[in-house]
Design a protein around this ligand. Structure first.
Ligand code: ADP
Ligand code: 5GP
Length: 189
């Protein structure tokens, strides 16, 4: 069981990272995390090479020109994020499935790129108010950055129907169970 792509997309604060970490902890799913490159600063306990490859905006632009990315986006102003071709090739050559945590546009681009080998999941927060509460509670962004993320979230919600599956992340345990069940089903199909 390997060579497939599991894509998680959602507005920031919906719970993608929480769901992805849960799935990575289930050995039978044989998942490896696609570490994206970003030009945003490191936050909290994030580690370079583990959460992201943190690179400068200049290096990011150079690597775009070299064709290093399968997809990339300026997700927020002056903050670039991209999926590295080398990450996916390395994991697939090891017989692993790759799991992605990307924004909604990136998610749809990856779905197009991988075709039937991909399951694209949209994680939906119960409401924008809940999203605001979770982002404040997470305490990793300034009020200004939270406002920017919430503004973008309103637009991103409209993309949900274009994904293979929508998981509403209200009661966390239910969302974790549903994600594990759907991913298991897809990988064994
Ligand atoms: P994302 O990766 O989509 O930005 P996170 O996984 O970082 O989102 O989740 C945002 C915050 O909300 C985190 O502090 C996380 O612990 C919390 N969280 C995630 N899911 C739930 C849930 N179902 N109920 C309450 N809090 C949640
Ligand atoms: P954060 O700054 O909260 O880590 O991420 C901000 C947004 O960028 C999230 O929606 C996250 O999923 C997205 N993101 C992370 N890596 C990539 C990537 O490689 N490509 C795209 N398109 N988005 C990404």
């Amino acid at each position: 069981m390997g060579g497939k792509a599991i894509i998680f997309s959602a507005p920031s604060g919906s719970g993608k990272t929480t769901l992805v970490h849960h799935l990575l902890g289930i050995p039978e799913l044989n998942l490896a995390f696609s570490v994206s490159a970003t030009s945003r600063p490191r936050r909290g306990a994030e580690k370079d090479g583990h959460d992201y490859h943190f690179i400068s905006p200049q290096e990011f632009v150079e690597r775009v020109k070299k064709g290093d990315f399968i997809e990339w986006e300026e997700v927020y102003r002056d903050q670039y994020y991209g999926t590295l071709r080398s990450e996916i090739e390395r994991f697939w050559s090891q017989g692993k499935n790759v799991i992605f945590d990307v924004d909604v546009v990136g998610g749809l681009n990856l779905k197009k790129h991988f075709g039937a080998n991909a399951l694209a999941i949209f994680v939906q927060p119960p409401s924008i108010e809940t999203l605001r509460f979770r982002l404040r509670n997470r305490s990793t962004e300034t009020d200004e950055k939270i406002a920017m993320r919430l503004d973008k979230a309103q637009k991103e919600m409209a993309y949900a129907p274009r994904f293979d599956l929508v998981i509403v992340n209200d009661i966390l345990q239910d969302a974790l169970d549903q994600a594990a069940m759907k991913v298991r089903e897809f990988l064994s199909s």
